[in-house]
Ligand binder design. Structure first.
Ligand code: NAD
Ligand code: MG
Length: 387
């Protein structure tokens, strides 16, 4: 049987380890080409040993010796630094998981697309900042983009791509995060530990904070716009605390098709790994009788202004989504370091959007210039004004 050659960028994170879990349950199906991580030498070396990966790359150059020692006596080649991550991404593979967090994923994802294989996109920040460039590259290199994000994977499963004119709208669900029912006053003193504790999903720190501000849903609306051929105003979000219905596609005849499943990222990852076939997963089957009810409510844009900012950035287009993403990454990092409050995250992004308005990016260098300007602006807002 033909083994598919796969690579995992961001192999030590939440999505990376869930991907490895599925791959390791099916060793006859997959051969691991490359694995990457930024600093977690132990996790990376252990995964490379277990899977017999051909290449392991650690982003932090200072950790080269540690990784080399940890993989001594194996056939895994070792590399360190940004160049090694790019080499890992650019090695020919049938299937690549793009699960680096943040704008750091942008260049590696582009390198993976240029190999012309299947690229499973978890790294939403690259689609938000450079969506047109990503989809153009996929076309140019005949690469296939598959959506890993649970909502987008759900849309992908319900969306009749052959006749998008028959679709009226697409709705992404949001859990509402840990502060769904909190007052604005109570949200003022939220701590990083409270914000990273998501009620339904276990995820990395950055996306957990994004889920708590609802910026995650905003980034996902922009992500959806690039993945599916509809107008920006045809995408919307609804709060659904149980995280069982992941997205809904409404057709012009009034039919609404949704994808449901227990909140476990291994289901959408498995969908991408097996696509266009299906594979079994160890995920708990959905038990609707035990759940007994599913709730839905409109998002409150006053308590969750980040979602409104993302709507605005999506409608405006151009460089706005890249500014939104960069300012948000800076603000979330400052919040996690205890330098700004929870509500200051959206306030910082709003100010960055007000203060920088660069031209639409035409190439990746433009995106990095926009990203750098927005980061500098957000940092100045945080440092000079304490928002
Ligand atoms: P995580 O923080 O758990 O893992 C991030 C991975 O990226 C790690 O392997 C880390 O070593 C690597 N990394 C971090 N900084 C890097 C850098 N500067 N250069 C190279 N590699 C770097 O994050 P996660 O929760 O797994 O999320 C990964 C991506 O998937 C994010 O874009 C997130 O928005 C998206 N996503 C995650 C989930 C989820 O359930 N966790 C769901 C949907 C989408
Ligand atoms: Mg999601």
């Amino acid at each position: 049987m033909h083994q598919r050659k796969i690579s995992i960028l961001g192999a030590t994170g939440s999505i990376g380890t869930s991907t490895l879990d599925l791959v390791e349950r099916n060793p006859q199906e997959f051969r691991v080409e490359a694995l990457t991580a930024q600093r977690d030498v132990k996790g990376l070396a252990a995964a490379a040993r277990r899977t017999g990966a051909a290449f392991a790359a650690i982003g932090d150059e200072a950790l080269y010796g540690k990784l080399r020692d940890a993989l001594a006596g194996t056939s895994t080649q070792v590399g360190a630094g940004q160049g090694a991550i790019m080499e890992a991404a650019g090695r020919p593979a049938d299937w690549t998981m793009a699960a680096i967090v943040g704008i750091a994923g942008l260049k590696p994802v582009m390198a993976a697309l240029e190999t012309g294989g299947v690229v499973a996109f978890a790294n939403k920040e690259s689609l938000v900042s450079a969506g047109d460039l990503m989809t153009d590259a996929a076309r140019r290199y005949a690469a296939t983009i598959l959506p890993v994000d649970s909502e987008h994977n759900a849309i992908f499963q319900c969306f009749d791509a052959a006749a998008p004119e028959r679709i009226r709208k697409v709705t992404l669900t949001a859990s509402g995060g840990p502060f769904r029912d909190w007052s604005l006053e109570a949200m003022r003193s939220v701590t990083p530990a409270q914000a990273v504790k998501h009620p339904n999903w276990s995820m990395g720190a950055k996306i957990s904070v994004d889920s708590a501000t609802l910026m995650n849903k905003g980034l996902e609306l922009i992500e959806a716009f690039h993945l599916f051929p509809l107008r920006a105003d045809q995408f919307d979000a609804i709060v659904h605390p149980q995280s069982v219905v992941h997205a809904l596609v409404e057709y012009i005849d009034g039919s609404v098709i949704a994808q449901l499943g227990t909140p476990d990222m291994r289901t959408p990852i498995a969908h991408c790994l097996a696509w266009p076939a299906r594979m079994p997963t160890p995920c708990k089957p959905l038990d609707l009788a035990a759940l007994s009810r599913l709730e839905f409510q409109a998002p409150d844009l006053e308590r969750f202004p980040a979602l409104a900012l993302a709507h605005e950035a999506l409608a405006a287009g151009g460089a706005r989504p890249a500014v939104l993403n960069a300012a948000n990454e800076v603000a979330v990092a400052a919040f996690l370091e205890g330098r700004i409050g929870f509500l200051d995250i959206a306030a910082t992004v709003r100010k960055a959007l007000d203060r920088c308005d660069p031209a639409r990016p035409a190439c990746l260098d433009d995106v990095f210039a926009i990203d750098a300007e927005a980061r500098a602006t957000a940092k100045a807002v945080i440092e000079l004004e304490t928002v």
